[in-house]
Write a protein that binds this ligand. Structure first.
Ligand SMILES: [Zn+2]
Length: 115
C-alpha cells in the first residue's frame, strides 16, 4: 500500500497553498503566512520578508540587494507564485532550512540544526 501513501502525498501537495508575492513599500507590522512580502517602491524590491514556515512564527527578512552578503533572488511568475534562491537557513531560533520553489516549501534534510 506504499504506492497509495505516495499518491495521497502528491495529491495533498498539489492542493497545498503556494507562497505568493505581496508587493509593499514598507515592511508590514503583521505578516500573514503563505506570503512572501517584497519590500520596495515601484515593485523594485530590496528586501523579502515572510513568516517562518516551521510554525515558530518568527519573522524572516532577506536582503535582495545583490551586493549584500548574504542576499537572495526572488522570482515571481504571472500568477504571483514566488521562487527564492538560494535556500533560507535561519541562524538562530528554530534553524529552519528550506527552499521556496514555485511557491512550495521544500525542507532541507539538515533543517533544525545549527550551522
Ligand atoms: Zn521557524
Amino acid at each position: 500500500m506504499n504506492w497509495l501513501v505516495q499518491i495521497v502525498g502528491h495529491v495533498r501537495d498539489f492542493f497545498r497553498p503556494r507562497y505568493r508575492a505581496v508587493y509593499s513599500d514598507d515592511l508590514p507590522d503583521i505578516l500573514v503566512r503563505q506570503k512572501v512580502y517584497l519590500i520596495g517602491e515601484d515593485r523594485d524590491p530590496w528586501q523579502a520578508a515572510m513568516v517562518c514556515p516551521c510554525g515558530c512564527e518568527a519573522k524572516i527578512q532577506l536582503s535582495l540587494v545583490p551586493d549584500d552578503e548574504p542576499s537572495w533572488r526572488a522570482a515571481v511568475d504571472g500568477a504571483g507564485i514566488v521562487t527564492l534562491h538560494p535556500s533560507i537557513w535561519r541562524t538562530r531560533g528554530c534553524y529552519a532550512h528550506f527552499f521556496i520553489h514555485q511557491g512550495k516549501i521544500k525542507w532541507a534534510k539538515d533543517s533544525g540544526r545549527a550551522h
